[in-house]
Write a protein that binds this ligand. Structure first.
Ligand code: SF4
Length: 503
């Protein structure tokens, strides 16, 4: 771009999971570095109130979003950008439908502004690839999750030649560690450590869109986490489709001792015998030793790979978030088998009981699918009973939607829509009640809170997250932003605690 020109404005709209949020941060940074002006619009595609609460609890930098989101939706319709990129999600039909509807709006926008450049990135690109050009003749460019660095060149080609261009690599790792990243949080950062998945849960499109598991090397994760801490980050959330199956083994390294000494030569790892830099528990343990890194969260886990070793690492490190998200999907063994989840409900429950016995103050959250193929009233009842038995602090509850290309696409989607809706509503009602009860049990207790920002609605109050990632507002001076404080939880309003600062 000619530096004398007015910068071209790029709006990036992000759908879906935190991995997409991270990819958007990388794409924004790369484009900003090339002189583009960036505007963001993030939208959770989730419909459940409880799920939104959980999802928001992971998004440390967007603590007061509802009013801003409404404002942003209004802005979107004006489309005052030169380039619009949508970072897409394929996990649920609803997410794809939203992109399709935006593509319709953008077609109209392009009729009045033929110079508008429209691009897609993310999972829909990985899944449908060049077929999308046929479906949307007004689509100019597509970039795969492993090709983000090529975005500026793709935009340049479209501007020069007005032709449809794409770059979608099929193998390798989609994670880019770059200091050009434009993070949305000052104190919090997302840090992907692996992508893809080797499981075959029958409802899930991820193994198709993100491919097989690939992990970043332990030394690279350690180095990137250290770099983030040097930039002022105190809280890192490790990301992966199944972080528990992270495997950062390095092929050039033979034994554990050799691996440890290799890492020590690269970076200042504090204790030689405190980690094995291959599996997830060992990686977590190692990252806990970074000075200045105060909290580490991670998402998402698979019950099959959530091990005693992981639980022991959580217990011994108070830096690790006291919120554990472990997708259940269904409380019925019939459904778990049909979903190929590799465990029974009792096995799952035993794991969480063990974790609770080691870390009693841990909060638990989960994912549930209502109305999967073949689900009977009895299966649904078993999921209701599972919510009662585990008493999660929150849950993402979804109505099942068949995803073409998944193993479950061969199974009948035979639960009528109205039954799915009824079961979804029953699960939500029950979970809401349990969430309120879990939260109420914290009122009157003291806890540790990381303060991140000022409240725009309540002058003099700061907003933060407790160790189990519950949302807390505290009357405190602005110079406390970016620090951990002890508070007394005085009261609860919806999912937000009001707290007093303890000196
Ligand atoms: S573990 Fe199952 S649900 Fe999770 S990403 Fe892999 S296939 Fe999908």
């Amino acid at each position: 771009m000619n530096k004398q020109d007015k910068p071209l404005k790029v709006t990036i709209k992000t759908f879906g999971c935190q991995m997409n949020v991270y990819d958007t941060e990388v794409a924004s940074g790369i484009l900003k570095h090339q002189g583009y002006e960036i505007a963001h619009e993030h939208e959770d595609e989730e419909s459940s109130v409880i799920a939104n609460e959980v999802k928001q609890s992971q998004i440390a930098s967007s603590l007061e979003t509802p009013r801003n989101d409404r404002q942003k939706k209004k802005d979107w319709r004006r489309i005052d950008s030169d380039i619009v990129l949508m970072n897409t999600c394929s996990v649920r039909e609803h997410a794809e439908e939203r992109v399709q509807s935006r593509m319709g709006m953008l077609k109209k926008a392009k009729e009045t502004n033929p110079d508008l450049i429209i691009g897609l990135m993310g999972c829909m690109v990985e899944e449908h690839r060049e077929k999308l050009f046929k479906k949307y003749p007004h689509l100019d460019l597509m970039v795969g999750t492993r090709n983000l660095k090529e975005l500026p060149d793709l935009i340049k080609t479209v501007r020069e030649r007005r032709t449809q261009v794409s770059s979608i690599k099929q193998d390798g790792i989609s994670i880019e560690y770059t200091d050009q990243i434009q993070r949305t949080g000052k104190y919090h950062a997302w840090l992907p450590i692996m992508t893809g998945c080797n499981k075959v849960c029958t409802f899930c499109i991820v193994p198709i869109t993100r491919g097989s598991e690939v992990s970043m090397k332990a030394r690279d994760v350690y180095r990137e986490a250290s770099r983030l801490v040097e930039e002022g980050v105190q809280w890192i959330t490790l990301l992966g489709q199944n972080v528990n199956s992270y495997n950062g083994a390095e092929v050039t390294v033979g034994s554990k001792q050799e691996a440890v000494s290799s890492l020590q030569n690269e970076v200042a790892v504090p204790t030689a015998d405190s980690f094995l830099p291959t599996g997830f528990p060992a990686l977590l343990d190692m990252l806990c030793e970074i000075k200045g890194l105060e909290r580490i969260s991670f998402t998402t886990s698979h019950p099959h790979d959530a091990t005693e070793e992981l639980f022991q690492v959580i217990k011994k490190n108070s830096k690790i978030s006291r919120r554990f998200h472990l997708p259940l999907q269904s409380g019925s063994n019939n459904m778990l088998k049909r979903m190929k989840r590799l465990h029974t409900f009792d096995e799952y429950k035993e794991k969480l009981a063990r974790l609770k016995s080691l870390v009693p103050d841990i909060s638990l959250t989960t994912d549930i699918i209502a109305g999967f193929s073949g689900e009977t009233d009895q299966d649904h009842e078993e999921t209701m009973k599972a919510l009662e038995a585990i008493r999660y602090d929150g849950a993402y509850i979804y109505k099942y939607s068949l995803r073409p290309g998944t193993p479950a696409a061969k199974l009948p989607d035979d639960v009528p829509q109205e039954i799915k809706e009824k079961r979804n509503a029953e699960l939500l009602t029950l979970q809401r009640k349990i969430t309120v009860e879990c939260n109420q049990s914290w009122v009157g207790k003291t806890t540790h809170v990381f303060l991140e920002s000022q409240s725009s609605r309540h002058p003099g109050f700061l907003i933060g997250r407790s160790d189990n990632e519950k949302r807390v507002t505290v009357k405190a001076p602005p110079d406390k932003i970016g620090s951990f404080v002890q508070v007394h939880l005085d009261s609860l309003h919806h999912e937000t605690f009001t707290a007093s600062l303890l000196l």
